[in-house]
Design a protein around this ligand. Structure first.
Ligand code: ARG
Length: 587
């Protein structure tokens, strides 16, 4: 399947070739001056240099060759040699029919499907999720949807932070609060009670307290470090307690992610690769990839030609402890064994860029994984009005469940104001408010260029006007309601025939999906999908304002316009499925 620009490119390319010029000069793109013509080809300027002729002369020869082409309505030359092209209306009709019958709604599958592991989410056991985890979850989920949609074999992994110092901090804190628990007895061997001695709420109270205490008190920190080491060395009581922490956290996280509509294939964590570390260290030592440096084991990864010297990859600290980077290297080995992917994407805060650069270079140096198949998909921060990473009014991190509730409350209020979403029973109304709230958050996040910081402004996110999630949901819901009405009136979609300009413009917008999907994929940035959804919704709203659908006099026109509406809905919902939002049936 080819887009309209591609179809025209083939014709223009042949016209350049007929003059003995490279056919690549015939690239046709959407016009920068849609008032003159919808498409343009700028190849004559480059051709002039090759042929040593004035660009206008070349453009005229190309135009003459395209004159009378069965796909082209008009060719005009503007300025020094821009070739403006208007396709015949049947080209639009044909393309629309093609998109209507296409499983990808007009997008292209990848040429060669690959195995891709996407590492995102990355919350930490017991620590509350912060906005960085939220962004990672939203962006990573959209990327997994997009990669899968275009044909890759995706495995997503939440990569829980379940193995660090925070575990020792918690163990020692629980030991203070509940000293009578059997877990602290060094001779403890089980049995492990099924019931966790702590709830998620307990953990969220205990962790900040432990973390603050360790900051203040060196001895307390050392105690936590010692507990972490003993846990990692397999002390039975600590392992049992840690299992409880992990299970309780996982259950809470599963609920949160389900509410957000974010899915992970794997719920692995840092602890899962702990067993691989000793063998990996041995391997790296024996091959001389790592060497000792002041008691620690490092892999130098700095490059001479770089301005800023990257610190070495730290494999083991001088006390023998493994670090965050050690686990990430071991995780690469694990993924190689388990999924053997062609590509691993890490959707993690841009501030961890150095961390990943070190890990990737070390993996490459060790011969574990090719550097070019490892990508850090960094993103900017979601800031509060003060320009600092968003915090609640109380100064804490925002809990995901609270964020969803806030957005749902705001959406409910907006819907009431606008007289929308008031149909159905209380349950349906609540579901609509929730869908609107979640769409608001996700769209606001994804519509930014991935790497930029943005300001959290719920009022703006939840607005029904402008480039927002709620606006787009509403656009889709309006079409759904029109489709229902058509059905009641016994009107069915029919063959698409293009008459009005707004109809052609709507098909051009639909045609743009292929490019949007491939750009979002290539740049690993869903904002192209968001832009496309907005452009499409706007084109539809112009069409709808100027071309009566159910009110059309002619039955064939009515059926054609209804088919255009159905097609718009199909593609909009396809894009929604890629950004992880859902349009209700009515609102
Ligand atoms: N748990 C980490 C954090 O909170 C993020 C994990 C990202 N993924 C990874 N493979 N390092 O910062």
């Amino acid at each position: 399947m080819a887009s309209i620009a591609d179809i025209l490119t083939r014709r223009a390319g042949a016209a350049f070739a007929a003059q003995g010029l490279p056919d690549s000069l015939g690239r046709v793109v959407e016009s920068g001056r849609p008032d003159l013509a919808p498409y343009q080809c700028n190849g004559a300027m480059a051709a002039a240099k090759i042929a040593g002729k004035p660009p206008r002369a070349i453009a005229e020869a190309v135009a003459a060759a395209l004159e009378g082409d069965d796909l082209i309505e008009a060719v005009e030359i503007a300025g020094p040699g821009f070739i403006n092209l208007t396709p015949k209306t049947h080209v639009y009709a044909m393309r629309a029919a093609e998109i209507a019958g296409d499983a990808l709604a007009g997008a292209e599958p990848v040429a060669v499907p690959r195995g891709v592991v996407i590492d995102f989410g990355g919350p930490n056991v017991a620590k509350p999720m912060h906005v960085g985890h939220l962004r990672s979850s939203i962006i990573g989920d959209s990327l997994q949807r997009l990669f899968r949609f275009r044909g890759d074999r995706v495995t997503s992994d939440v990569h829980l932070g379940d193995w660090g110092l925070q575990m020792g901090q918690l163990i020692t804190e629980v030991a203070r609060v509940m000293p009578d628990l059997p877990y602290f007895d060094a001779s403890f061997t089980g049995p492990y009670p099924d019931e966790s001695p702590v709830t998620m709420d307990d953990l969220q109270l205990l962790y900040p307290r432990a973390s603050a205490a360790c900051k203040e008190d060196k001895a307390r920190l050392e105690e936590a470090r010692q507990a972490t080491r003993e846990l990692q060395a397999g002390r039975a009581g600590y392992v049992a307690l840690w299992r409880h922490f992990a299970a309780v956290s996982k259950a809470a996280l599963e609920t949160d992610f389900a509410a957000l509509g974010v899915h992970f294939d794997l719920w692995k964590g840092e602890s899962d690769v702990d067993a691989l570390v000793p063998g990996m260290v041995e391997d790296l030592k024996s091959r001389g990839v790592t060497h000792e440096d002041q008691g620690a084991w490092i892999i130098p990864v700095a490059r001479e030609d770089e301005k800023r010297e990257l610190p070495p990859f730290l494999l083991l600290k001088s006390d023998g402890a493994a670090l965050y980077e050690t686990t990430d290297l071991a995780t690469i080995l694990d993924r190689k064994k388990e999924q053997d992917p062609d590509l691993i994407l890490y959707v993690v805060d841009a501030r961890q860029a150095d961390h990943f650069e070190k890990v990737f270079r070390a993996a490459d140096k060790a011969g574990y994984f090719d550097r070019t198949q490892l990508e850090h998909i960094g993103f900017g921060t979601m800031n509060g009005p003060d320009g600092k990473p968003f915090k609640t009014r109380e100064g804490g991190v925002l809990k995901l469940s609270d964020l969803i509730r806030m957005a749902t409350d705001k959406a409910r209020a907006r819907l009431e104001e606008a007289g929308l979403g008031q149909e159905g029973d209380a349950e349906e109304r609540e579901a609509v408010a929730r869908a609107v709230g979640i769409a608001a958050i996700k769209f606001a996040d994804l519509s930014n260029l991935r790497t930029t910081n943005y300001i959290f402004d719920l009022d703006r996110f939840v607005a029904f006007e402008g480039k927002t999630g709620p606006y787009l949901l509403y656009a889709a819901v309006r079409i759904k309601s029109m489709m229902r009405k058509a059905k009641d009136q016994g009107v069915a979609p029919g063959e698409i025939v293009i008459g009005a300009d707004e109809e052609a413009a709507l098909v051009r917008a639909l045609d743009g999906f292929a490019l949007a999907a491939s750009e979002a994929y290539d740049k690993r940035s869903p904002n192209y999908l968001c832009d496309h959804a907005f452009t499409l919704a706007q084109a539809f709203s112009k069409f709808y304002a100027n071309c009566p659908v159910l009110g059309a006099e002619d039955e064939a026109v009515k059926a054609s316009r209804l088919a255009l509406a159905a097609l718009t809905l199909k593609q909009l919902e396809t894009v929604f499925s890629l950004i992880g939002i859902d349009a209700p049936e009515r609102m």
